[in-house]
Design a protein around this ligand. Structure first.
Ligand code: K2U
Ligand code: NI
Length: 180
């Protein structure tokens, strides 16, 4: 199972590189890795498991964060209405997004960043994402709220972009924070 020792921390060059597309159909190894990433998130959100294995709670994780320069990420996040978004996605593409932006009032964090970096991170309020699930089936997700923010944070990891690269207080003054 994945634990915090598998997570690359800032300063590791892989976190600022552009990850490569997964050649489809994905190999059994690639599918297993993505499944392990999703399981890590589930484990990290289970109090007993997180305590036992000293896992930091995560709602998303991208393959470069475990040293794999491939365009795949997992999310396991519940929106404000209690809808669970639990996916492993390969070769994601944001095919459309709102003009409207939003941001998390408390700022963002990152499993690869062992420090607080305060500041508003403007994100698109709504996005439509296309990609392939763990089984290789095409998927298309229309997202808003926290799921939308997490997916944008994870896709940034695939492009070597860290959340603090996007902190912009001036822009945040012009937009509304996410209502949880
Ligand atoms: O990619 C990562 O490092 C995982 C981040 C994802 C994240 C997405 C959006 C905003 C902040 C972070 C971790 O999940 S950080 C832990 C966390 C948990 C719940 C809510 C926000 C952040
Ligand atoms: Ni991150």
């Amino acid at each position: 199972m994945l634990t915090m020792k598998d997570i690359r921390r800032e300063g590791d060059p892989i976190l600022t590189q552009v990850a490569q597309e997964v050649e489809l159909p994905a190999s059994e190894e690639e599918k297993q890795i993505l499944s392990d990433m999703l399981q890590f998130l589930i484990n990290s959100q289970d109090p007993e498991t997180a305590l036992e294995y000293e896992l930091r709670s995560g709602i998303g994780i991208a393959a470069p964060q475990i040293g794999i320069g491939k365009r795949m990420f997992a999310v396991h996040v519940t929106d404000h209405r209690g809808n669970l978004y639990s996916y492993g996605i390969m070769n994601p593409k944001i095919i459309s997004h709102s003009v409207e932006k939003t941001y998390l009032e408390g700022g963002e964090g990152c499993l690869s960043v062992d420090r607080e970096v305060p500041g508003a991170v403007p994100r698109y309020a709504r996005i439509t994402v296309k990609g392939f699930d763990i089984e290789g089936n095409p998927l298309k997700l229309r997202l808003k709220g926290l799921p939308s923010i997490v997916v944008q944070h994870e896709i940034d990891h695939l492009d070597g972009v860290m959340f603090y690269d996007r902190i912009n207080e001036d822009e945040a003054k012009e937009i509304s924070p996410l209502q949880r």
